[in-house]
Design a protein around this ligand. Structure first.
Ligand SMILES: [Zn+2]
Length: 446
């Protein structure tokens, strides 16, 4: 019993520090989603749909949504492992009150009630705003630090305006990173976090603006039994909840003729499924054995925290490097879109495993975990040691990370870029296959 207490304490100590900074998984999801989705003829050939505000949708569908969400809750309690029950007080019931309907809905699906959910489109580097009105990113996200969004042009839509489903889907693919899952835990100093039923934040740094979304965008489903036994908090990850909830909402919206929301909810679900193809979102310490994880934590609890702190810093740095490499590589790919091997890897039809309730866990995450050691090795081999092998260095927001491609080239030449691109392409093929599976499961017959 005593030993177990020590281990539990040790792993809990580790928990606070996992993934302290970088929690986007893939940066700018629409860059990845567009080549995949624009290659699906069934989608491209669809007719435009009318943009509809969330409030109009909710007012129109209040009764039906109340029933749908009640059924979803029953289903989730039966089918989602480690589901955090939605407290009864948050149930979405039919009241006919339009004034608070958006808030009641956001509480029922346990999203940050401050989310903006404007009608807008996220433009790709190959798209132009033309004479459409652009929107400041601060109007789209609840984050105070909007630096990650300032490279993108956003344009406003008006209610009733016709918009293509492909554009709605691509735009929605980025939206969950705009504050959906911030402040949802009871120790996040928010009013709503105290009522949502998710308990205290299981990992990620609750003091950081971005920290609290981690358990919704990461899924640790394939750790060794021993690791869960001594660190049960690692089971408290919720992407399966988001993926299944947005699937159910999307299907409801399509079935009731609210196609705009059918596509937008589908895009939200794709975001979470897409995150799981990033190995740093499916393993707490990728590439590290269970025995070593427990050992370095035992040492930490006995007063020797250096190994643990170093391991956490290195994982955090490698996570940052992979994200930055992906973002720079994708932005570059858009400058020669037609000939880019990265774009080709996303737009080529991959093998698609049919979607099921276990897909996120047993297909998407499993594949990602199985690849994590290889990804980790490639980063260590081809990136400068300062960025991936120096625990005294903080990679995020460093000038070395800003100039990552130049740093890699200087270290090991173009061959290193090619090798890392090949590794990225492997992950992107999985990403492509996963979101196609979700699409096929939900999209109504065209
Ligand atoms: Zn995410």
């Amino acid at each position: 019993m005593k030993l177990k207490t020590i281990f539990t304490g040790a792993l809990t100590a580790l928990s606070v520090a996992i993934a302290p900074v970088n929690l986007f998984a893939w940066s700018e999801h629409p860059l990845l989603a567009y080549p995949v989705l624009s290659s699906i003829a069934d989608l491209v050939n669809r007719k435009p749909v009318e943009a509809q505000s969330l409030k109009s949708f909710l007012v129109k569908e209040e009764k039906g949504l109340a029933e749908m969400l009640r059924n979803y809750e029953v289903w989730a309690r039966l089918n989602l492992p480690n589901y955090a029950l939605r407290p009864d007080a948050l149930e979405f019931t039919y009241t006919g009150n339009e004034a608070d309907i958006v808030n009641r809905f956001l509480s029922a699906i346990r999203l940050n009630p401050n989310v903006k959910l404007k009608l807008y489109l996220h433009l790709l580097p190959i798209q132009q705003a033309g004479n459409r009105k652009t929107i400041d990113p601060a109007e789209l996200t609840t984050l105070k630090d909007v630096s990650s969004l300032t490279h993108t042009i956003y344009v406003a839509l008006t209610e009733g305006e016709l918009v293509h489903p492909l554009d709605v889907l691509c735009t929605a693919n980025d939206e969950p990173d705009y504050g959906f899952d911030l402040g949802l835990f009871e120790d996040n100093n928010t009013d709503y976090g105290k009522t949502y039923g998710f308990g205290v934040q299981p990992f990620g740094d609750p003091k950081l603006e971005y920290g609290s979304q981690a358990p919704f965008h990461m899924g640790f489903y394939h750790e060794a039994k021993l690791v869960y036994r001594f660190g049960p908090f690692l089971k408290k990850t919720y992407p399966e909840y988001r993926i299944s909830l947005f699937k159910a909402l999307s299907e409801y919206a399509f079935a009731t003729g609210n196609d705009y929301w059918g596509w937008r909810f589908m895009g939200w679900g794709m975001h979470y499924l897409g995150d799981l193809s990033m190995p740093y979102h499916t393993a707490p310490l990728p590439g590290m054995s269970a025995a070593r994880m427990i050992w370095i934590n035992l040492k930490a609890i006995l007063g020797f925290p250096k190994s643990k702190n170093n391991a956490v810093q290195l994982v955090s740095n490698k996570h940052s490097v992979l994200e930055q490499f992906q973002w720079l590589a994708l932005r570059d790919a858009y400058s020669h879109y037609e000939s880019s091997p990265i774009i080709k890897s996303l737009s080529e039809e991959p093998v698609v495993v049919p979607y099921s309730n276990e897909f996120a866990r047993n297909v998407a995450s499993l594949e990602s975990v199985n690849r994590s050691r290889k990804v980790e090795k490639a980063l260590v081999e081809f990136c400068p040691p300062l960025l991936v092998n120096d625990p005294k260095f903080e990679a995020s927001k460093s000038k070395e990370l800003d100039n990552l491609m130049e740093e890699i080239r200087r270290y090991k030449g173009d061959e290193a870029i090619n090798q890392l691109t090949a590794t990225l392409i492997e992950m992107l093929r999985s990403y492509s296959s996963n979101i196609r599976s979700y699409y096929q499961a939900i999209a109504p017959k065209g």
